[in-house]
Design a protein around this ligand. Sequence first.
Ligand SMILES: Nc1nc2c(ncn2[C@@H]2O[C@H](COP(=O)(O)OP(=O)(O)O)[C@@H](O)[C@H]2O)c(=O)[nH]1
Ligand SMILES: [Mg+2]
Ligand SMILES: [Zn+2]
Length: 293
Amino acid sequence: MQGLIVKIISKEYTLKTKDGKIISASLAGKMRKYDHPVCGDIVEYEMISDRAIIQRYHKRKNYLIRPNLANIDQVLIVMSTRDPEFSYELCNRLIILVEFNDIKPLICVSKSDLADENEIDEIKEYYEHMGYEVFDTGLFDSASFLKDILKDKLTVLCGQSGVGKSTLLNKIDPTLALKTQAISKALNRGKHTTRHVELYGYHGGYLADTPGFSSIDLTSVDKDTLASHITAFKPYIGNCRFLDCYHINEPDCAIKEAVKRGVIKESFYATYLSLMDFLKNENLYGDRHRTLK
Ligand SMILES: Nc1nc2c(ncn2[C@@H]2O[C@H](COP(=O)(O)OP(=O)(O)O)[C@@H](O)[C@H]2O)c(=O)[nH]1
Ligand SMILES: [Mg+2]
Ligand SMILES: [Zn+2]
C-alpha cells in the first residue's frame, strides 16, 4: 500500500494514505541500516498486526538535506521590499541553489506597499527577463494568487524572518499560518536540535516552512554542473567554445556574451561567480561547512 510521509518525529512516521487517511507507521527493520525516507517521500507500507510498516520509498524527483525533504515541486522565495530591504544578492543565491536541486523557484515580492511602483517593476523586469516567475503582494492585497500557486503542489516557503510569510499565509488560511509559525519557532530553538519537518495540507497540495535563509544546504552543489541547472543560463549552455567551460574566464563563452548583451543580468552572473568561487575553495573551508550564510 502507498502513502506519503507528512511528518517524522524521531522514529514515528506519519503517513497520508492514498484514500486520505492519516496513520502512524514505523520503518521495517531492513530499512533502518539504509538511507531513511524523509517528508515528501512516497512509501510502500504493509500492515503487520495492526501496525503500518514502511518497506521502501519510491525514486525521488529531488531531495534537500536541509530542510530534509523529498519530491519538492517548487520553492516560494519571499523577499520584502523593506524591513528587511530587498536583496538581489540573497534572492539570486536562493534561486541558484533551488535550481541546482531541480526545484522550480518562484519569487514573491512582499510589502509592495512600502516601495514605489518603479521599484517593484524593476525587480519584476530583472527576474522575468531571465525566465523566472515573480509575484508581488502588499498590505491591501488578498494574496489570492497564492491559492493557485499552492494548488496540488508540494511547496517550500522560504525567506528571512519578518518578510511577511505568516501574514501571507494568514490571508488564505489562518490555521496554516499558525501551524507553520509553531514549527519555525521549534526549529529555531538551537543550531543543533533535531530538525522536525512537517508538511501541511492545503488545496490538494502541501506546504513546508523553513526556519530561515541560511538553511538551504550546499552539500549537493557541484561546480561542474551548476550552470546547466540555471534557467537564466539554459538558452546558452552548449554554445561555449569549450565543452567543459565554467563560464568564468574562458574565451568565447556564450554565458559571458549573454551577460554583455544584458540578457543575463550582470549582478545575477556575479552571484554565480561568487558561488563558484566558494565551491572551488571548499576544501579550504572543509566539507561540513557548506551551508551558505
Ligand atoms: N507594510 C506591510 N507590512 C507587512 C506586510 N506583510 C507583513 N507585514 C508586517 O511585517 C511584519 C512581519 O510579518 P510576518 O508575517 O510575521 O513575517 P514572517 O516572519 O516572514 O512570518 C509584521 O509586523 C507584519 O505586520 C505587507 O504587505 N505590508
Ligand atoms: Mg512567520
Ligand atoms: Zn562558457
